[in-house]
Design a protein around this ligand. Structure first.
Ligand code: NDP
Length: 247
């Protein structure tokens, strides 16, 4: 097993890509900490993973509050001893063309996607630096690399996540902590189910592999970055986008 007894904290993991990452990691022997803004769905997901014979615990938390994230991480460390791997997955969209984009839509997306990632990195960093061991993986987006009409807030937040990843990778490298990002393209989840068929078909025209990805496509790349096989990989953003962006 590739993550035997590793303790993994995953934000926004009650459903969607985060939940899939939790399931894939748990199958590889990890104890996965399901964290999400909704306590009930958080507990339900952890219960379902435990019921399938794998290891999960539930620690609800809103990533937008540094105090709340720090208190949550402290409680996890108090109960389980450490956090080996952090996956920053919680994210939202509030799409609109720039002229119509409200200040609160800009703030909401930047606060969850970018500040939330800062908060979680900040909260685990002291313990990881002391342990001289750790892996941080942040879910960015292909939109953070290429931009997108109607998603200025989302694109800026995910580009910020990529830049934060590179900076932390440089700061933490001497302490044996790797920091990487995964940038999914169009993945079939509740987030993309909201799109109209017209929009979906247009998007698919830009995907060389000709289909949407699945959450497990993203989870498998996260698993690689979390495993020993990726010990010499840091500061990178791996695109999981069916070939939408090639560089
Ligand atoms: P979902 O909307 O399906 O799931 C996101 C989860 O994050 C939900 O459980 C949500 O809780 C939770 N969440 C939202 N706000 C907060 C918060 N403040 N604190 C803690 N948890 C929160 O999204 P996906 O699974 O599709 O996306 C996961 C990540 O992947 C996101 O970062 C997204 O930007 C990124 N991504 C997704 C792509 C896609 O095609 N789906 C493409 C590229 C990137 P609740 O539902 O209760 O609000």
């Amino acid at each position: 097993m590739r993550l035997n007894d590793e303790i993994v904290f995953i934000t926004g993991s009650a459903r969607g890509i985060g939940r899939q990452i939790a399931e894939v990691f748990a199958k590889e022997g990890a104890l996965v900490i399901i964290s999400d803004i909704n306590a009930e769905s958080c507990q339900k997901t952890a219960d379902e993973i435990n019921a399938s014979g794998l290891k999960a615990d539930s620690f609800p938390c809103n990533v937008t509050s540094l105090v709340e994230v720090e208190q949550t991480i402290d409680k996890v460390i108090e109960k389980h001893g450490r956090i080996d791997i952090l996956v920053n997955n919680a994210g939202i969209t509030r799409d609109n063309l720039f002229l119509r984009m409200k200040e609160e839509d800009w703030d909401a997306v930047l606060t969850v996607n970018l500040k939330g990632t800062f908060n979680s990195c900040k909260a685990v960093s002291r313990a990881m630096l002391k342990a001289r061991k750790g892996k941080i993986i942040s879910i960015a987006s292909v939109i953070g690399v290429m931009g997108n009409a109607g998603q200025a807030n989302y694109a800026a937040s995910k580009a910020g996540v990529i830049a934060l990843t590179k900076s932390l990778a440089r700061e933490f490298a001497s302490r044996n902590i790797t920091v990487n990002a995964v940038a999914p393209g169009y993945i079939k989840t509740d987030m993309t189910d909201k799109l109209s068929d017209d929009v979906k078909n247009k998007i698919l025209e830009a995907v060389p592999l000709g289909r949407m990805g699945s959450p497990v496509d993203v989870a498998n790349v996260c698993l690689f970055l979390a495993s020993k096989e990726a010990d010499y990989v840091t500061g990178q953003t791996i695109l999981v986008d069916g070939g939408m962006v090639m560089y």
